[in-house]
Write a protein that binds this ligand. Structure first.
Ligand code: NAD
Length: 489
């Protein structure tokens, strides 16, 4: 069993806590480690280290700062398999999914390596005779990120490389459910030779989060997780005048028009709904068929769900792993039962799944529930498991209105071969990440990860130029240098 430590001021530190939370392999039930429930003292130590490192780091030229990221990128690439195995063991996804996650993490490091050009300012000469105006981007200060369980290797990298490349110092708090991936990544961070205190790691749960929100030295906070917690983070950080962005939960609709390539659509939608056991904030969870699309799509998606190979993500040929823990499995199964009692039809039933050899695992097989109606729990609530609800309407207008009536706006997808239907959808749909014949519209590292509505609280998002904007504050300088003052040399 692995000890979970903090990393503060360039040292591994064993926190002095009395409470620990178990880290369990969701496929095998094996105890992997115990997360220390850190609190204000640990956060204060990290904040102090970050604060002390700030003046020197800020003065380090951007082109020197990114040299550390080049080294980190190479180490992440070289250690990708080991990190991915750890992600599978603590988080439950398949090895291929974990590797894909790490590819995205590395892409963000690569984009942040462009910081010398990305963070340049602007200048306008002669805004009035002899007067110039300059905009400079300066770091915000000490920043912190609070992470969810579902992408322990990727989500920290929506922020970390941008934060430090912009000259901030930084604290990261992983999810208490999956702290081991960051233990491994910090062993790599240790090797790149950053000055002490530039990046710090604090483990724990709500107590650590509250301490981050309240610590006066921490000026910028990014969060990714469920909507109720995102709302709380946004409010409490903003109340204290902090810069904050909080990405929340999702309930992503996909619309299937009759002119879609049904085989392609089904394969992509199944990958989206059941990939990572449905525990992706961009997983589609409601499929809305239009007109004649209904019968063929229903038949094909039920086949795709029933034939998916479920098991331990480190075993060859497995296409879907377990959900994160027993509590999650129970919750997901309750939603399916409640849906069927309320009149929905369970076409493919993943309840009660037991995988041979992994009887202690938290498995739920892919599930398809038809005849979901607006207002049902299966419509309203983010299930965060491999459950796809089916709905049916007669026109694309009805389908878009249905999608737009949801409180979430993380992602919406359309499957069609019509360009004008695609344009209409792109134009009208109220979601920040849109897929046209795409099931997981995950923005590349050089685009913002753009949730809307209850899926996001803030204005600047993670990744790309939004991250540069978030992790810098603009200073505008207006200078007058009268011509008459020019000395003759
Ligand atoms: P979560 O909200 O339970 O936890 C996220 C973080 O918040 C963890 O670090 C946790 O320690 C902390 N936390 C939990 N409860 C808290 C409380 N009451 N007060 C203060 N801090 C608290 O989320 P999760 O279950 O780890 O992750 C799944 C959720 O994250 C889903 O809703 C998913 O949609 C969402 N998510 C969103 C995105 C996005 O980009 N919008 C990406 C990934 C995951």
């Amino acid at each position: 069993m692995q000890k979970v430590l903090n990393y503060i001021n360039g040292e591994w530190v064993e926190p002095k806590v009395t409470e620990y939370l178990d880290v369990v392999n969701p496929a095998t039930g094996e105890l992997l480690g115990r997360t220390p429930v850190c609190g204000p003292d640990d956060v204060a130590a990290a904040a102090q280290a970050a604060s002390q490192a700030l003046p020197g780091w800020r003065r380090t030229p951007a082109q020197e700062r990114v040299q550390y990221l080049f080294k980190l990128r190479d180490l992440m690439k070289a250690n990708m398999d080991e990190i991915s195995r750890t992600i599978v063991m603590e988080c439950g996804k398949t090895f291929e999914e974990a590797k894909a996650e790490m590819v995205r993490a590395i892409e963000n490091v690569e984009v942040a390596c462009g910081m010398p050009i990305l963070s340049k300012g602007e200048i306008a000469e002669d805004i009035a005779p002899g007067i110039d105006e300059i905009m400079i981007r300066q770091p915000v200060g000490v920043c912190a990120t609070i992470c969810p369980f579902n992408f322990p290797g990727m989500i920290p990298f929506w922020y970390l490389p941008y934060a430090i490349a912009c000259g901030n110092t930084y604290i990261i708090k992983p999810s208490e459910k999956v702290p081991l991936t960051m233990q491994l990544i910090f062993k790599l961070i240790e090797q790149i030779g950053l000055p002490k205190g530039v990046i710090n790691l604090v483990n724990g749960a709500k107590e650590a989060v509250d301490a981050i929100l309240d610590h006066p030295v921490i000026r910028g906070i990014t969060f990714v997780g469920s909507t109720p917690v995102a709302r709380y983070i946004y409010r409490r950080a903003a109340e204290q005048g902090k810069r904050v962005q909080a990405q929340g939960g999702a309930k992503n609709p996909v619309i299937i028009l009759p002119d879609a390539d049904m085989e392609m659509a089904t394969k992509i939608i199944a990958d989206s709904a059941f990939g990572c056991a449905g525990q992706r904030c961009l997983a589609v969870s409601l499929a809305v068929t239009v007109g004649e699309a209904r019968n063929e799509f229903t038949e094909l998606i039920c086949d795709a769900a029933s034939s998916r190979v479920v098991g331990y993500g480190l075993d060859a040929g497995v296409q879907m792993g377990p959900v994160i823990n027993h509590a999650s499995k129970t919750r997901i199964e309750q939603f399916i039962t409640q849906g069927s009692q309320g009149g929905a039809k369970v076409c493919v039933d993943g309840r009660g799944t037991v995988i041979k050899g992994y009887e202690k695992g938290s498995f739920v097989r892919p599930t398809i529930v038809a005849d979901v109606r607006p207002g049902d729990e299966l419509w309203k609530t983010e299930i965060f498991g491999p459950v796809l609800g089916l709905m049916h309407v007669n026109t694309i207008d009805e389908a878009i209105a249905l999608a737009n009536s949801h409180v979430y706006g993380n992602q919406a997808s359309l499957f069609t071969s019509s360009g004008s239907a695609a344009r209409k959808f792109r134009y009208e749909v109220e979601a920040g990440n849109v897929g046209i014949n795409i099931g997981v519209a995950a923005p590349m590292a050089f685009f913002p990860f753009s949730g809307w509505k209850e899926s996001f609280f803030g204005d600047l998002h993670g990744q790309g130029m939004d991250a540069v904007e978030f992790f810098t504050q603009k200073k505008v300088v207006i200078e007058r240098w009268p011509k008459e003052w020019t000395r003759k040399f």
